[in-house]
Ligand binder design. Structure first.
Ligand code: FAD
Ligand code: N01
Length: 545
């Protein structure tokens, strides 16, 4: 596809569009669809060679969503949601990638997307009030609006361990897995990392490898996924009342409607607590949020949270045969849910296999990678393949990787040196007409992201439509609104247990990253209401000119 070659008189011959969208995951695709609907000329840039974002890059064994498919899908088009048939409770990456491609085809989106093209720079020219965007392919565009749909979990992170260049075997990161797949048959494999990606891939890698060593720094809480084919009757019944179902998700805390908790953990009896955790663990239709929403005080009271945490630790001790391995797998250093909890299939069971070994690198840290494996403070390990399931520079990494400069040539990464500052997670003071989808300061990664993506895309495109209708040139938050919102995000975050954990929500997985709780835990329902009120009050907190 091509950029729109329209000669500009405003910016020295640089082609002009109305809007540049960076990224062609779910966010970028829906943005393109909506912005086109406003009659705007839009150019999307995507560094991959296809659409799908997360589901394009994360092709590791076992990669699948852990929000139910009927919830983790677009709701904006009723024909789309009615015609698409999901096969599983939690569909695998291939199915999600098929779905994203279906969306791109159905709405004829590809012709405005330039693939294999990374946006490197976006600079605001105050004289003409336009953004000047450059890519690694030499594109230059002048645009009024820039929307960053760059993803919260797209800047993958390989650990800063010396020696990787010496390693003679194959190495992979789960976040850009080779398209052709990887055959581990007959191989000695090492996996570093036991977050969601590690938890999903470890059991399947273990099925192929002759030897698997898992290097774990922090054990996670892993709840059984109980994935299964979708019952067609269930699919029909949800579709029969999809609008009501979706609306309940939109009004919920995490973007997944669940019956609200009615009491605190200690207002319940021991038997009631136990019964709830049993359901959350064993019910085949369980979902990840059951543990988080079972009692009103699960994410605010350590004692309440401990009742769930202990329940999970007890299950681990029951499943894992070797007591030392079981102890190493039991999380004690963070409350349940304060690091993203995982859903697993045969995860703990995998450690009972004779060819699988767990190494606790909290006790004996990795010192270096060698030509034949890696060395910890205690032991030299040999293997053929090395898998990094080490996560992402989350929420801000994909944004700060682009040289974004606003008024006064201020760089976004300098403005955010002490942590991200936004108004509603949507805009940044001093960066007019630049919008972020599921940006820091919005519920984002603490939610069913499809709900949050649709809400942001709709709010942003409505705001742009209002500007167009009123003939306005720019929109940006006031510093006061941004300061107040950033303080509110922090204050609400600190009313919970989240900041007590060293998580990627806190930036703790990236050395040198400021320790700030980045997402907004106020709940997607209340947050949506706040965004709607701001718009209804003439975009309160924004300067529009
Ligand atoms: P992405 O899908 O990340 O897309 C961003 C795109 O921007 C990418 O294609 C990237 O290549 C491109 N890009 C970035 N920078 C540039 C640049 N400078 N120039 C050009 N292109 C650029 N969420 C849930 O709600 N439930 C789940 O169960 C769930 N499972 C997940 C599983 C995995 C393995 C991962 C990594 C994430 C998961 N998520 C889940 C979060 C997931 O990221 C979101 O649900 C959603 O897919 C994000 O869509 P997006 O379009 O906003 O971002
Ligand atoms: O990444 P992570 P992920 N030495 O950051 C370890 C979504 N997602 O790709 O905890 C040793 O969670 C690190 O240890 P520690 C979901 O939102 C969803 O797994 O920092 N170890 C950790 O164990 C998820 O949260 C699904 O101490 C090192 C692991 O690597 C997010 O994406 C599936 C290390 C990284 O875990 C990211 O998940 C996949 C080092 N130097 C992803 N550096 C679903 O199931 C890091 N680690 C839906």
């Amino acid at each position: 596809s091509q950029t729109h070659e329209q000669p500009s008189h405003a910016v020295k011959g640089v082609p002009e569009v109305d809007a540049v969208v960076v990224g062609a995951g779910f966010s970028g695709l829906y943005l393109l669809h909506r912005l086109r609907g406003l009659g705007l000329r839009v150019q999307v840039f995507e560094k991959g060679d296809g659409v799908g974002g997360t589901w394009f890059w994360n092709r590791y064994p076992g990669a699948r969503v852990d929000v139910k498919s009927m919830d983790y899908s677009f709701s904006f088009d009723s024909e789309l949601e009615q015609e698409w048939e999901w096969t599983e409770k939690y569909p695998p990456q291939e199915e999600l990638l098929r779905y994203v491609n279906h969306v791109a085809d159905r709405f004829d989106l590809r012709r405005d997307i330039k693939f294999n093209t990374r946006v490197t720079e976006a600079v605001f020219d105050e004289d003409v009030e336009r953004w000047h965007v450059r890519t690694d392919q030499g594109d230059q565009l002048s645009t009024r609006y820039v929307v960053m749909a760059t993803g919260c979990l797209s800047a993958s992170k390989v650990p800063e361990v010396p020696g990787l260049d010496l390693f003679r075997g194959r190495w992979f990161h789960t976040g850009h897995w080779p398209k052709e797949g990887v055959d581990f048959s007959g191989q000695r494999v090492a996996v570093v990392g036991t977050g969601s990606s590690g938890v999903q891939s470890i059991p399947l890698i273990a099925e192929q490898a002759v030897e698997l060593t898992v290097f774990q720094r922090t054990p996670n809480f892993v709840v059984p996924a109980h994935n299964h084919p979708i019952d067609p009757d269930h699919q029909r019944s949800v579709k029969a009342e999809y609008d009501r179902h979706r609306q309940a998700n939109r009004e919920s805390g995490f973007g997944i409607a669940v019956p609200p908790a009615t009491k605190g953990a200690f207002e319940a009896t021991e038997e009631e607590r136990q019964a709830l955790w049993e359901r959350a663990w064993y019910d085949r239709d369980n979902s990840l949020v059951t543990f988080l929403t079972g009692f009103t005080d699960m994410i605010t009271s350590k004692e309440a949270n401990d009742t769930a945490a202990q329940y999970v630790r007890d299950r681990i001790a029951e499943i894992v045969e070797d007591p030392e391995t079981a102890a190493a797998l039991q999380p004690h250093d963070h409350p349940f849910g304060t690091k993203r909890p995982c859903l697993g299939t045969n995860y703990y069971e995998t450690y009972n296999l004779p060819h699988v070994r767990l190494v606790n690198v909290r006790k004996t840290p990795i010192v270096e990678i060698t030509h034949h494996g890696l060395r910890t403070t205690q032991e030299d390990f040999e293997f053929d393949d090395l898998v990094f399931a080490t996560g992402f520079d989350a929420m801000t990494g994909a944004l700060t990787a682009i040289d974004i400069r606003g008024r006064g040539d201020v760089a976004l990464k300098d403005k955010w040196h002490a942590g991200p500052r936004t108004y509603l997670g949507i805009q940044v003071a001093g960066f007019p007409n630049l919008f972020t989808i599921t940006g820091p300061g919005s519920p984002s990664v603490l939610s069913n992201m499809m709900v949050s993506i649709e809400q942001h895309v709709e709010w942003v495109t409505d705001a742009i439509a209002a500007m167009e209708a009123e003939g306005l040139a720019t929109m940006e938050p006031t510093v006061e609104a941004e300061d107040a919102w950033t303080a509110h995000v922090d204050e609400v975050g600190h009313m919970t247990l989240y900041p007590t954990a060293d998580s990627w929500y806190m930036g703790s997985n990236v050395p040198g990253k400021p320790r700030v709780f980045m997402p907004y835990i106020g709940g997607v329902g209340p947050y949506r209401q706040k965004c709607d009120e701001v718009a209804a009050n003439g975009y309160e907190g924004f300067v529009r000119r």
